[in-house]
Design a protein around this ligand. Structure first.
Ligand code: SF4
Ligand code: ZN
Length: 351
């Protein structure tokens, strides 16, 4: 490449940094390169393909459920995964899996979006509901407990609901739309809370390989801005963008804002945080919880009862604080559920 070519490539937004032919349509948040729409689609999809291949996220012939909330991240994930599956012959059977928490005016509307995605992308959809699985909707839970610990209940119930839905679909793995910003935020929260067990888990691209259904995050290194403001927007994907009406998680919100501030000064900050999280090593003297199974429902648990069963027992007995914070559970076991569960809250997180 001669000097003139280099100049034209690096010139102030004249031509696309990659193809050097078309006018740039955007500046990549990750690299600040000015590129055209077509080159953006190509690099965006190729980067995700590389993450999938390099980390061996899927094997040919596997059945994969995509956790689909109707939100931007999971809609883009469903779209991109079905494209890549076709283009690169992954040989995957893809499904959409949604959880209906029973939140009127929020989840009922977003589920309509997922139902449209089912048709648009030709992916079979399975919906599991809190009402069917637990006998309670989030609307009913909030009516009983108020808006203080609602996300704790919801996060614990969602985790199991996704596993149960995945079992019904007989899938080998669950792919979720967690993006780089979400992961950086969770790393920061786990550091702030001193939650070492979750710190090491939240940075892994695949988790739960020893549990019922492994989960993977193909967007682990993908910036939220590129998913939402660029890809979903330019491709005119059909997604739902209203936030949950019961989302008062201020702590996560501050962590999110802090990361956005850092990103403004240093675009790589998000990837740096993920890298730091990956490089944390747990000292061998740190006692990690042992995994067993819940005596009541058989779900994985490090206590006699899993968190969902403890919370459900509280709801059914009219004692919703049971299982929240450091209290004695129904079997006399000390529960420290709130602290360890808070990192599960989704806040504005899309699954
Ligand atoms: Fe559930 Fe998320 Fe709404 Fe909290 S913000 S109630 S976790 S959907
Ligand atoms: Zn249980």
């Amino acid at each position: 490449m001669d000097e003139a070519e280099v100049k034209s490539k690096k010139g102030p937004g004249r031509l696309c940094y990659i193809c050097n032919q078309k006018k740039p349509a955007l500046k990549r948040p990750k690299t600040l390169e000015q590129i055209c729409k077509e080159c953006f689609y190509a690099v965006f999809e190729e980067e995700i393909h590389r993450v999938i291949v390099d980390n061996q996220l899927f094997k040919p012939g596997e059945r994969i459920a995509i956790g689909a909330s109707g939100g931007k991240d999971s809609t883009v994930l469903a779209y991109v995964l079905s494209e890549l599956n076709r283009r690169h012959n992954y040989g995957l059977d893809l499904f959409l899996l949604s959880v209906d928490e029973g939140i009127t005016g929020y989840r009922d509307d977003s589920l309509e979006t997922v139902k449209r995605n089912e048709i648009q992308y030709g992916l079979p959809l399975k919906v599991v509901s809190y009402k069917d699985l637990y006998g309670w909707t989030m609307d009913e839970i909030v009516k009983m407990i108020g808006l203080k610990n609602n996300c704790t209940f919801c996060g614990v119930f969602r985790r199991q609901a996704l596993d149960r839905g995945a079992a019904l679909l007989k899938v080998d793995k669950l792919a979720t739309g967690h993006n780089a910003d979400d992961i950086a935020e969770t790393i920061l929260l786990n550091i702030l809370r001193g939650d070492i067990a979750r710190l090491s888990r939240c940075t892994s691209i695949t988790t739960g390989e020893d549990g019922p259904i492994p989960r993977c995050k193909p967007f682990k290194y993908t910036y939220e801005k590129e998913i939402i403001f660029t890809y979903a927007y330019f491709k005119r994907l059909d997604y739902f963008s209203t936030e949950c009406i019961y989302s008062p998680n201020a702590y996560r919100g501050f962590a999110r804002e802090f990361i956005k501030d850092l990103e403004r000064i240093r675009p790589r900050a998000i990837l740096d945080i993920i890298k730091s999280g990956e490089n944390f090593r747990i000292s061998t003297s740190t006692k990690m919880p042992e995994q067993g199974t819940c005596e009541r429902c058989g779900y994985i648990s490090s206590q006699k009862w899993c968190k969902a069963c403890v919370l459900l027992e509280g709801l059914n007995r009219g004692l919703p604080k049971l299982g929240i914070g450091r209290t004695r559970g129904p079997l006399g076991i000390e529960q420290r559920t709130q602290r360890s569960m808070q990192s599960k809250q989704c806040g504005t997180l899309d699954f």
